[in-house]
Design a protein around this ligand. Structure first.
Ligand SMILES: [Mg+2]
Ligand SMILES: [Zn+2]
Length: 184
């Protein structure tokens, strides 16, 4: 049985930038996040990334630039002995009504279809309410990190009883990995 984990990208793996991360030079990993992915790989987890990239629709970066960023992210993880099995992104903006932009589940459906994963019950890590909502809509186990927008999400949203009860909260992806490895 494979253990899948879905990660949001911005605010979970790398630091957020005002607007969006537009190039490889603007892509800056959060301390310990790449090591956390490598640790998950070593422990038998398969990691996929699901990320909203509305900067594409807004013309802030091109698909080629986004793919360069993702190549660097995968290379850096592989250098540490880890592996990202797939990166799925929504290129649309919030007005498009697409099925892939989180909180909708299209990216998660695509991970299942293309990678042969079964994500029901799988942990999904994010820093925004949209991630938590997508996780719940798909039947994943929602995990919130306090990096990126996470602290704001925790203080504003998770006080709502509906979101607070089954969402586990961690300081960062390193703490998530430690928890998942200890408890799987
Ligand atoms: Mg995020
Ligand atoms: Zn979309």
């Amino acid at each position: 049985m494979s253990l899948w984990v879905v990660l949001d990208r911005d605010g979970v793996i790398n630091h957020e930038r005002n607007g969006c991360v537009r190039s490889v030079t603007e892509w800056e990993p959060i301390a310990g996040s790449l090591e956390a992915i490598a640790a998950l790989t070593h422990a038998g987890f398969k990691v996929a990334v699901a990320t909203n990239q509305s900067g594409l629709a807004k013309g802030l970066l091109t698909v080629a630039e986004l793919e360069q960023i993702h190549q660097k992210m995968c290379d850096d993880v592989e250098r540490l002995g880890g592996r990202i099995h797939g990166i799925f992104y929504c290129p649309h903006d919030s007005h498009s009504g697409c099925d892939c932009r989180k909180p909708r589940t299209g990216l998660l459906d695509a991970i299942e279809a293309h990678l042969g994963a079964d994500l029901v019950g799988a942990p999904m890590v994010g820093d925004s309410l949209k991630d938590i909502q997508a996780a719940k809509a798909k039947g994943c186990q929602p995990l919130l990190v306090r990096t990126g927008k996470g602290t704001q999400t925790e203080t504003t949203t998770l006080l709502w009883p509906h979101y607070g009860t089954d969402t586990r909260i961690f300081d960062d992806l390193a703490a998530v990995a430690e928890f998942l490895i200890r408890n799987h």
